[in-house]
Design a protein around this ligand. Structure first.
Ligand code: ADP
Length: 488
C-alpha cells in the first residue's frame, strides 16, 4: 500500500508557534511522523502576532495572494519556514485579522470577527494550494476553524480541475467548540445557497462551521474511540449527535500520540533529576524540587502529593475538586495545581492555598517548565474530567510514573486501566459517575494502595511501560487517508 500522499495539514494552532491547548501539540507532531512515513506533508496556520514576536527565520514566498471575499479580493502574504528542517510550514499573513494579542479572543470574549477571520483562512488555503501548484490528495482539517474547507471543495471548487482528486479529512478535537455564528455570516462565506440546509451548514437558523466540516468531508475522526461513540449521544454531542449518527459510517477514531522527546523523565531538561522505569530513585528529588518551587515544607515529601495541570474550565471536572477539597485534605495529603481559566476558579484555589498554607500550592499561570516539574514531582495526577476527547496529561503522567486518577470518559477511558490488585495489572485509577462520592472513593482507594510501597511500585512499573508514541497513530491516519481517497 503506497503511503506517499500529498497532504495539506490545516490547523489554527501548531506547537511551537502558537498554542492554547492539545490541538497545537497534535499539529506540531503528527505531520513530522507522516513525513517519516513517506508523505509530502505541509502545514498551514495563521501568522498571529504571537508568531511574529518569535522572530523566526521565515521567508516571504508570496507577496500578494489573491483571496476572494465578500467585499472583493483581499491580499495575503505567505511566509514559510520548515519545522525541524523537514516539514514546510506556511503562515497566512493578514494583519487586520491576525495581528492581535491572542488567537481567538480577549477578556471581553471571542473576537467579534472570528467568522470573517476563519472564512478568510479557509479560502486562502485553497488559493495557496493553487498558487504553489501543490495538488493535495488530502486536505487534513482540524476543528471548526477549518470546517468550511470541505464545503468549499464540494461546492465552489467542485468544477475546478485542480482539486478533482482532492479529498478532505476532518478531525474533531473538541466538539464543544463549534464556531456558531448568526445567519448573516453565511453570505460572507461565498458558499452557494444550497449549503444553508439541515444536512449542511445550517444549525437552528444559524451557521455552524464544525457542522460544515462534518457534513462535507469524506472522512471524519475524533481523537479517541470512546469519544467517537460519546459524541453520537445527546449527553456529549453538543447538538451535533444527529448528523454524526447519520455519518457514522465515515466516522473513525485515532488516539493522539505523545511526543516522548519532550515528555520523558529520562531526558527531560526541566526536572531536577532524570530517572527511568528501571531506576525511579530520582523521582524523590523531583518531588523535593517541586515542593521548594511552591514554597511548601520538605516534610511533605513523606506524604502523597497530588497534582493538577489544566485549563480551569468546567470540562476538566474542576467542580469535583472544588467540592471535595476539604475532604481530600483530610486524607493528610499535599496538593499542587497549575492552571489558568475561569476567574471564579482562580479565586477559589487561591483561597485554598491560604487555608492550607503548609500543604497546598497554587499557581495561576501557563508555565511549561512547571508543568514538567509537576509531572515528575507528584505521586498522583488528578483528571476527573466531565468529558475528555483524548487528554494528554494523563498519558504524560504514565511515563513519569505519576499515577492518574481519572473519570471513565473519552480518551481517559481508552488510556487508563483501573488497577486490579489481585492480578497486579492496571496503570491508574478510574471511576465512572461524575459524582463527588465516586471520586472520593477512588481517591481513598489509590491512597490506600500508595501506603503499600511494593504495590505502588508495581503500578508505577505498569504505567511507565505504556507506549503511546506517534508512530502507531500516524499509521492509523494513513489508513484514514486511504479510505478518503477511495471515496467516490
Ligand atoms: P486540552 O487540549 O483540553 O487543554 P490536553 O490534555 O489535551 O487538554 O492538553 C493540554 C496541554 O496543555 C498539555 O500539553 C498540558 O501540559 C498543557 N497545559 C494545560 N494547562 C497548562 C498550564 N497552565 N501551564 C502549562 N501547560 C498547560
Amino acid at each position: 500500500m503506497g503511503i506517499d500522499f500529498k497532504i495539506m495539514f490545516v490547523s489554527s494552532e501548531v506547537a511551537p508557534f502558537a498554542k492554547t491547548g492539545g490541538l497545537a501539540d497534535v499539529s506540531g507532531s503528527l505531520p513530522k511522523h507522516l513525513k517519516n512515513l513517506g508523505c509530502d506533508v505541509r502545514i498551514v496556520l495563521p501568522f498571529y502576532r504571537m508568531v511574529q514576536d518569535q522572530r523566526l527565520q521565515h521567508e516571504t514566498i508570496i507577496e500578494d495572494l489573491d483571496v476572494p471575499s465578500k467585499g472583493g479580493i483581499l491580499k495575503a502574504k505567505i511566509k514559510q519556514l520548515s519545522l525541524e528542517g523537514c516539514v514546510p510550514v506556511y503562515f497566512i499573513s493578514y494583519n487586520d485579522f491576525y495581528d492581535r494579542g491572542n488567537l481567538y479572543g480577549d477578556l471581553n470574549g471571542d473576537y467579534p470577527d472570528n467568522a470573517e477571520r476563519f472564512i478568510f483562512f479557509c479560502r486562502s488555503i485553497l488559493e495557496l494550494c493553487k498558487q504553489l501548484d501543490f495538488q493535495p490528495d488530502i486536505i487534513h482539517c482540524n476543528e471548526w476553524q477549518t470546517g468550511l474547507i470541505p464545503a468549499y471543495i464540494k461546492t465552489l471548487y467542485r468544477k475546478d480541475q485542480f482539486f478533482t482528486n482532492t479529498k478532505t479529512v476532518f478531525t474533531i478535537h473538541n466538539i464543544a467548540y463549534q464556531g456558531i455564528f448568526e445567519k448573516e455570516i453565511f453570505e460572507k462565506t461565498g458558499l452557494p445557497e444550497e449549503v444553508f440546509c439541515y444536512t449542511g451548514i445550517e444549525y437552528y437558523g444559524k451557521v455552524n462551521f464544525m457542522k460544515a466540516g462534518i457534513a462535507y468531508s469524506e472522512i471524519i475522526n475524533t481523537v479517541s474511540q470512546k469519544y467517537s461513540k460519546e459524541i453520537q449521544t445527546e449527553e456529549y454531542g453538543c447538538g451535533l449527535q444527529h448528523i454524526l449518527k447519520d455519518r457514522s459510517d465515515s466516522l473513525f477514531s485515532v488516539l493522539n500520540g505523545v511526543n516522548y522527546h519532550e515528555w520523558n523523565p529520562e531526558t527531560d531538561v526541566f526536572i531536577a533529576t532524570n530517572y527511568n522505569k528501571d531506576n525511579v530513585s530520582g523521582k524523590i528529588e523531583c518531588k523535593k524540587d517541586l515542593l521548594r518551587n511552591f514554597a511548601l515544607p520538605l516534610s511533605l515529601t513523606e506524604r502523597p502529593l497530588l497534582g493538577i495541570i489544566s485549563r480551569l474550565v468546567e470540562q476538566k471536572g474542576i467542580d469535583l475538586i472544588v467540592e471535595t477539597i476539604d475532604r481530600l485534605m483530610a486524607f493528610n495529603i499535599g496538593f499542587v495545581l497549575l492552571g489558568l481559566g475561569e476567574e471564579r476558579y482562580h479565586r477559589l484555589f487561591q483561597n485554598f492555598a491560604r487555608r492550607y498554607p503548609e500543604r497546598v500550592g497554587i499557581r495561576i499561570a501557563y508555565d511549561n517548565v512547571l508543568a514538567h516539574k509537576i509531572e515528575a514531582g507528584v505521586d498522583i495526577f488528578l483528571m476527573p474530567s466531565r468529558y475528555e476527547p483524548c487528554g494528554l496529561n494523563q498519558i504524560y503522567s504514565l511515563r513519569y510514573g505519576t499515577i492518574p486518577i481519572v473519570r471513565a470518559t473519552g480518551g481517559l477511558d481508552d488510556t487508563i486501566r483501573d488497577y486490579d490488585q489481585e492480578n497486579e495489572i492496571g496503570n491508574g485509577f478510574k471511576f465512572k459517575e461524575y459524582k463527588t462520592g465516586a471520586f472520593l472513593d477512588k481517591t481513598r482507594r489509590a491512597l490506600n494502595v500508595f501506603e503499600n510501597e511494593e504495590e505502588w511500585r508495581q503500578i508505577m512499573r505498569n504505567a511507565m511501560a505504556e507506549d503511546f508514541s506517534w508512530e502507531i497513530s500516524a499509521r492509523k491516519y494513513i489508513e484514514l487517508y486511504h479510505k478518503a481517497t477511495s471515496c467516490p
